[in-house]
Design a protein around this ligand. Structure first.
Ligand code: ATP
Length: 253
């Protein structure tokens, strides 16, 4: 069954160290594509990662509601929510131990049997992120950032969640690997009805993978549409400028 996630008039306010107010997200109302891929783009600091964190309840909104299948997440146990809605940060946490132990960790925590190496989900999850069997015995903490990202992605996919929130998943992948990853996401949407929400500065990947693209700027949803609409016919000067100069995101994030 595909999962419906809706943001209803979300505000997120943070306080700066000097006590001044920062409006990180403002009146954000969105419905993520069920069994589809929503991509969030926008300048550095516009609130993309914050939005993912709110859906996963790592933080709570200052106002508004987030609904998963019609249920307000504010009333849900965050740990239970995170079994359905998984967040993969840009730098996933690696537990002490091998890659194999890291992949099995969520199942061990829940006292469940991890999928075996010939389970189609295991094969699809590892192959889809180019994680070779040779890496399984290595210490996870000794891997490169790109390899750790792939372990984090595979670990999330193995849990077969309904919604996966991905923060910059291709930032350490080369072009062929990110193309294969795009294919994996499309396959999982189709075969498992998984919904993905992807934050990325990789506009090539965004255009290739998105069912729906959200352009955020200064905490507002400025444009929303299909990849064809957003990349082919941007409506605002701001989006046109962003698409021409996506790398001008300030801090190299
Ligand atoms: N833990 C935090 N404490 C205080 N301010 C924060 C924190 N995390 C983010 N911010 C601020 O909130 C705003 C939104 O940050 P966020 O990380 O959501 O932006 P982003 O669009 O994901 O940026 P990027 O593309 O650079 O990753 C920024 O001004 C940022 O400095």
């Amino acid at each position: 069954m595909s999962c419906m996630v809706e943001l209803d008039n979300i505000d997120k306010v943070r306080m700066r160290e000097d006590g001044t107010r920062m409006d990180v997200l403002r009146h954000v109302s969105l419905r993520f594509a069920a069994a589809g891929i929503t991509v969030l783009i926008g300048p550095s600091g516009c609130g993309k990662t914050t939005l993912l964190r709110l859906v996963n309840r790592l933080e709570d909104p200052s106002a508004g509601r987030i609904l998963v299948n019609g249920v307000d997440v504010a009333g849900l146990d965050p740990l239970q929510l995170r079994q359905t809605v998984v967040l993969v940060p840009q730098k996933p946490f690696m537990f002490a131990g091998s890659v194999l132990q890291n992949l099995q960790h969520p199942f061990v925590l829940r006292k469940q049997t991890p999928p075996s190496a010939n389970d189609p989900l295991w094969i699809q999850s590892l192959a889809g992120v180019d994680l070779s069997d040779q890496l399984l015995s290595q210490q996870a903490a000794s891997l490169s950032l790109g390899q750790q990202q792939r372990v984090g992605l595979a670990r999330a996919l193995l849990c077969d969640p309904e919604v996966v929130l991905l923060d910059e998943p291709t930032s350490a992948l080369d072009r062929p690997a990110s193309d294969r990853f795009a294919t994996t996401l499309r396959t999982l949407c189709r075969q498992r009805q998984t919904s993905f929400v992807v934050v990325t500065h990789d506009l090539w990947f965004a255009e290739r993978v998105a069912d729906q693209v959200v352009f955020l700027s200064d905490g507002y949803v400025k444009e929303l549409g299909s990849a064809d609409q957003i990349f082919g016919a941007p409506q605002t000067e701001e989006l046109r400028n962003f698409l021409m100069y996506p790398a001008a995101k300030g801090d190299g994030a």
